[in-house]
Write a protein that binds this ligand. Sequence first.
Ligand code: URA
Length: 275
Amino acid sequence: MASDDLDREVWSEARELVASAAALVRELVEEGVGGFERLADAVPPAQNTQRTPSAPVPPTPRPRATPPFAARPTRPVEPNPLAVRASGGLAPTLESVRAELGDCRRCGLCEGRQQIVFGDGNPRAEILFVGEGPGEQEDRTGLPFVGRAGELLTQMIEKGMGIRRADVYICNIVKCRPPGNRNPLPPEVSACRPFLDGQITAVAPKVIVTLGKPAASLLLDREIPITRLRGTWHEYRGIPLMPTLHPAFVLRQYTPENRRAVWQDLKAALERARA
Ligand code: URA
């Protein structure tokens, strides 16, 4: 590898680690951790010795980057509906996952919501879209992607892909509206995660399309630079995953490039689903 490429890769990994560390500190603070022991004080003296310069340095496995949204929740997460169903030998259905979710009060988002926005569409869809979280209109109607971003998504599906919106399945990382449309917080995302996983397992789509950075980062378990990684294939639990731009972002930056990018990604998703 050329040294420029190596430098770029090292810097990019360093940036990713710093971002992960910052996310971890935020999570710990949210969990009430008030301070940190100095590493030197925490390591037992026998291990706190200096390496001699000539000793070969064993390769240390790179610590796994802390997933940005997989924070430990502030209170125990309810049993994963998948596990619950699996223990009964039954695959989850959308109905069983919805029933498990119930009148959810697992995180603070329940305080401000009008309705839970579970998901919408064909329970046997070949393509499943994952957005971030309900906005005002979704909260009011109980349906995902029905506001302005939703109108654009619907157009992209119906006019762009040439299929009915009712033929795909659409859901979000979190099922309740974050106040003021802020990003969902790690404990909120963690609390909702089993239900998103349940929906994906129940629908068993041929392709997942994530809309925007948070959904891609959550399912791919690392910070995704969305403008760079959109349009490239990934996998979630063996299912091909295509990250694309969030329609709200496309509305904000309504450029021919962004529209073309999303169109290409959706076309690729459709082709893969039909292959
Ligand atoms: N944005 C999302 O991510 N999800 C919705 O349901 C609506 C807007």
